[in-house]
Every structure is written in structure tokens, then in C-alpha cells.
Design a protein around this ligand. Sequence first.
Ligand SMILES: Cc1cc2nc3c(=O)[nH]c(=O)nc-3n(C[C@H](O)[C@H](O)[C@H](O)COP(=O)(O)OP(=O)(O)OC[C@H]3O[C@@H](n4cnc5c(N)ncnc54)[C@H](O)[C@@H]3O)c2cc1C
Ligand code: FES
Length: 278
Amino acid sequence: MTAPASLYAPRPCRLLTVSGLTPQEKLFRLQLVDGSSLGHQPGQFIQLSIPGLTEAPISVANSPTRGTVFELAVRRAGRLTGALHKLAPGALIGIRGPFGRPFQLDALRGKQLLLIAGGCGLAPLRSLIQYCQDRPEEFAAVHILYGARSPADLLFKDDLAAWQRSERLDCRYTVDRIPADSCYDGETGLLPRLLSQLELDPANCSAVLVGPPPMYRPVIAELRRLGLSGERRIMLSLERQMRCGVGKCGHCSIEHLTCCSDGPVFWLEEVEALRGAL
Ligand SMILES: Cc1cc2nc3c(=O)[nH]c(=O)nc-3n(C[C@H](O)[C@H](O)[C@H](O)COP(=O)(O)OP(=O)(O)OC[C@H]3O[C@@H](n4cnc5c(N)ncnc54)[C@H](O)[C@@H]3O)c2cc1C
Ligand code: FES
């Protein structure tokens, strides 16, 4: 069987707009040059390339229900992402994918959802949040809980404000610390604190977690304290350094699993006992 072109050969995409999210992160809106849709599902990533430079895995930050334009929220981390941050609308870049196991929507339908993000984790989770906004009849309730280091690090501030205004969503966010010169007057403290404010029906509740490694264990402990126990209740997305992105090179292994093709989305019980997973 012939592998699909996008498995190994980058497809050209045009950069439509670039906007600042924070001092370190920008939002890039893109479209495939042939006009086709990306064909992703919430939770998947693409391998982004700029001619002459390497590739980097980046999560798709908008929902497939929003048309053929797709969005990437990218932190300036090194050579490739630094070069991307310098591009202007009209530039061409390459993408392979979409790749990876998405959020398991079938398991989430009908449930009260706890969508929990820390830091850059809001980018992939935004795709699922938009999906929930566009298909509200599929979910019993949607709670969004987000934590960032400081007010300046909050991603998607306009979306956060819109989600807070929405009657269909419950959106809460917090920051770890407030600098002396900040006019931020919202919540402070770590993410588990937001969880303790909710009234939940733990028997019909599922959680989706995306964030930096130190976030996982305290949030999982709080979810269990609230009654989310048993299998297939907590789904999480893991990040590993990647090369091929399609399960061939072993660069992203977590014991017997490859993060790029078995994940990046896993059920907690699939990874909890694996060394170095959480
Ligand atoms: C599935 C997945 C989805 C991702 N989604 C996003 C996203 O939506 N937005 C975004 O800004 N970034 C995302 N990343 C991280 C992104 O891929 C890295 O920041 C990027 O590879 C850095 O490339 P670079 O060439 O600019 O930097 P490099 O010069 O390669 O590296 C800069 C620094 O980042 C570290 N680094 C590289 N890759 C990773 C990684 N995977 N995890 C942790 N540290 C890393 C390097 O060790 C180095 O310290 C994602 C990673 C994965 C695995
Ligand atoms: S990046 Fe090659 S196996 Fe995952």
C-alpha cells in the first residue's frame, strides 16, 4: 500500500495572518495551498517545516468544525520556531500530518467535561473547546480550567473572555503569581484550587488534561479526591521530542509506547505506571 503523501513529504501552506498572543507566543493562521482542509481532529499535531531548517511538532489550535483555515499557537523556543516568528503573511511553509491519536470524542460524548490546561497546553485544548462550542448538544456540560505563570503568560485572552461570557461554558483561570506592576485582578494560585470550586457529578464526569509535566500529578490527585476514579475517566496529552512523527524512529518512546503515534493523547491508566511518563 502506498503511504499518503503527507506522511513523509511536506505539503505547502500559506501563512494568512500572524498575531501576538504573549511576548513569547504568536498565533499563525494557515491554509493548504491546494485549498483542501487539513482533516485533523482535536488533539492532533502537524510537523511544521521551513525550507533549510528542521521540523517541529505543533498542535493544531482550532477545531475542524471551523473551516479550512487552521491555526497554530507557537512559542519562540529555538531555531525553527524563531524563524517562524519572523515570517510575514504570504510566506510558504511545509506541513506533514495531521498525526497522532486525538482526544477520544466518543468517550467524552454525553459527559460533564473538565477541560484542564496549563501554560501552552491551552493550544491543543482550544481545538476541543471550539468543538464543544460548535456541538453543544453532544456534551452535558463543559468546564474550562486554565492556569498560567503570570497574567502576561495567559494565552488566548480574547477567547478566555468570550468563554467566560458564554452561557454554555464555565471558564475559570488562575495565575501562579502577579507582578507588582500588574493590574490583573483575577484568581491566583495553582490549578487544583480551581477544581475545588466546582460542583461536580463525579459519576458522569470526564477530565482532559494538557500541560507541563509538573501539572499532572497534583491535578490528578485532586480529580481523584473529587471522585473521578476507575478506568477511562482521565485523558491526557504528553509531549516528547520528536523526529519522524509517525511511529518509525523511536525518538519519542515512553517504554513500549511511541508518543507520536500511540499518543500524544493517552488514558491515564495507559501511562501512569510507565517510567518517566508523568
Ligand atoms: C505533540 C507536540 C505538540 C506540540 N505543540 C506545540 C504547540 O502547539 N506550540 C508550541 O509552541 N510548541 C509545541 N510543541 C513543542 C515544539 O515542538 C518545540 O518547542 C519545538 O520543537 C522547538 O523547535 P525549535 O527548532 O524552535 O527549537 P530547538 O532549537 O529544537 O529547541 C529549543 C528548546 O526546546 C526543547 N524542545 C524541543 N522539542 C521539545 C518538546 N517536544 N518538548 C519539550 N522541549 C522541547 C529543546 O530541547 C531545546 O531546549 C509541541 C511538541 C509536541 C511533541
Ligand atoms: S518521533 Fe519517530 S517514533 Fe515518534
